[in-house]
Design a protein around this ligand. Structure first.
Ligand SMILES: Cc1cc2nc3c(=O)[nH]c(=O)nc-3n(C[C@H](O)[C@H](O)[C@H](O)COP(=O)(O)OP(=O)(O)OC[C@H]3O[C@@H](n4cnc5c(N)ncnc54)[C@H](O)[C@@H]3O)c2cc1C
Length: 484
């Protein structure tokens, strides 16, 4: 393959969304491959199709899958009623609960090897590596990153942790440095749209340890949810038989909790079945160990600057965690980027604008979808209408697998563009609601006229045929209107 771009590639930020592109890495945190805890953020997270596809491209999918626990359904814990399940998709479809630290460690190790193979086609790779134990050079740099144009290259001024600046030129810079991206801040000086919003809710992590006999305290193959309308508790399983719980609640409600007894009282009132599992002592004492963390959403456009800078992952689109897509979409960014590199033969003049053109609407769409899913998780999952609609959706999906795909399945189990998920699911909702209302009206008509006929001792068989015909023709007419 001929390559118009031969030069260095620099990455700022070594979080998980860095995925399968990496050449010369500058990371502010210490080398995560040599630590036993992940800084900030959740301890585990849900990996789904998009993330796994990206890992597959890097040859890491099987390794990472072996580190996860399959969650086939949501397990809802209502207040004072028995638990019930809501499947995520069809049989065999699941989310993978995965340890963030292990995932990140493997990404950094495996990814470097992968990049040597992948990028050597078109770039000079600046990293010291021996095949089995790649080493990242220039590890510890801190904010700020200052970017200046320097002919065909870009000049980075990096602040070293132990003082002093270092200048470095690079042909392309990838900003993978998370929601508070220093690279993105540099782009904000030009023609660049940017908006950030803190939602009123924050989160705090708790733990359900294994039982005394070393088993899971709850069934492990589910994402457990305690929906309480304006707030919720969730729990994801870990391989060590514990669960990581996350309490999402308005920050103002967190602030009202001043003592251990108040925390215990809240949990006894709203999450009573979780109290013996988490432990009264933990709730009373350790709850206050860390403050609740805020949740920021970031939308920006474009995701690139000329043929020189691209933003990936949270640096481009930080979102609320309620669809479990933050990391998955970040990994999909890298997959898309890789696909474009292949398509345009590593020509950054074409790849970077095209990446922005495709990805910006999708980044904005998944941000909106994630926010809406919070209402679904903490509130709608308790409503009968929601449960009925989920059933109808899955039956229709079973009958028309490629025509009607539930929104959740499109997001979690396909690579349908997020912006298309919104338009398709709006269409689906319209068609299903109209069909349900139409069928209900026809059935009521049928009941009335059948009653009238039986009163007159007449046969109701013509009525049955007429009703079935009405249902069928109104539904197909609606299908045609929406889809053709
Ligand atoms: C509570 C919670 C639960 C979540 N659950 C899920 C889930 O289930 N599924 C899912 O897909 N997503 C989930 N997410 C979202 C997911 O965590 C993020 O989308 C993902 O971590 C983004 O990866 P990233 O690499 O873009 O950014 P980050 O993970 O933030 O990594 C950025 C890296 O850049 C480094 N850095 C920052 N600034 C600089 C600098 N100037 N110089 C050098 N290095 C720098 C940082 O040290 C860090 O290592 C969740 C998020 C939260 C908060």
């Amino acid at each position: 393959m001929s390559s118009p771009n031969r030069g260095n590639v620099t990455i700022v930020g070594g979080g998980p969304a860095i995925g399968n592109i990496n050449v010369d890495l500058h990371e502010a945190f210490k080398d995560i491959r040599r630590t036993d805890f992940a800084a900030g953020r959740s301890i585990n997270l849900a990996l789904s199709y998009r993330g796994i596809q990206s890992l597959k491209r890097a040859g890491l999918d099987e390794k990472i899958k072996s580190l996860g626990i399959a969650m086939h359904s949501r397990m809802i814990h209502p207040l004072n009623n028995p638990c019930y399940e809501i499947p995520y998709g069809r049989k065999g479809q699941y989310l993978l609960s995965i340890d963030r630290l292990k995932l990140n460690q493997d990404l950094l190790t495996g990814k470097l090897l992968f990049m040597v193979l992948q990028c050597s086609k078109c770039m000079t790779i600046k990293l010291t590596s021996n095949a089995s134990n790649p080493v990242v050079t220039n590890w510890v740099y801190r904010l700020p990153v200052i970017i200046k144009n320097s002919g065909p290259n870009i000049l980075l001024v990096l602040n070293r942790e132990n003082g002093g600046n270092v200048d470095e030129t690079s042909q392309v810079l990838f900003g993978c440095d998370g929601a508070y991206s220093a690279v993105r801040r540099q782009l904000q000086r030009g023609l660049f749209d940017y908006a950030q919003v803190y939602i009123p809710h924050g989160y705090k992590e708790l733990c359900i340890p294994p039982t005394r006999d070393g088993e899971y305290a709850m069934p492990p193959n589910h994402l457990h949810i305690w929906p309480r309308h304006t707030f919720m508790l969730i729990a994801l399983p870990n391989q060590d038989k514990s669960f990581t719980c996350t309490l999402f609640m308005p920050i103002t409600k967190f602030e009202k909790l001043k003592t251990g007894d108040e925390v215990l009282d809240l949990f006894m009132r709203v999450f009573p079945d979780s109290v013996p599992l988490i432990g009264e002592e933990f709730l009373k004492k350790d709850f206050f160990n860390l403050p609740p963390l805020p949740i920021i959403t970031v939308k920006c456009s474009p995701y690139h600057y000329k043929n020189k800078v691209a933003l990936l992952g949270d640096a481009a689109h930080s979102m609320t965690p309620f669809f479990g897509q933050g990391l998955n979409s970040g990994l999909e960014d890298t997959l898309l980027f890789d696909e474009l590199m292949e398509k345009y033969e590593c020509d950054f003049d074409k790849v970077l604008p095209m990446y922005s053109e495709i990805r910006c609407p999708d980044g904005h769409a998944i941000s909106d979808l994630s926010h809406k899913n919070y209402i679904e998780m903490r509130d709608s999952v308790t409503s009968l209408w929601f449960l009925f609609r989920k059933k109808v959706d899955s039956i229709l999906h079973f009958i028309f697998p490629s025509l009607i795909v539930p929104k959740y399945s499109m997001v979690a189990f396909t690579r349908t563009r997020y912006s298309k998920v919104i338009t398709d699911s709006e269409k689906n909702t319209k068609i299903i609601n109209v069909s349900l209302i139409g069928s209900f009206a026809v059935l009521v008509g049928f009941a009335i006229s059948a009653y009238w006929r039986t009163q007159k001792r007449e046969s109701i068989i013509p009525e049955i045929f007429f009703t079935a015909w009405q249902c069928l023709s109104s539904t197909t007419a609606h299908f045609r209107n929406v889809f053709l």
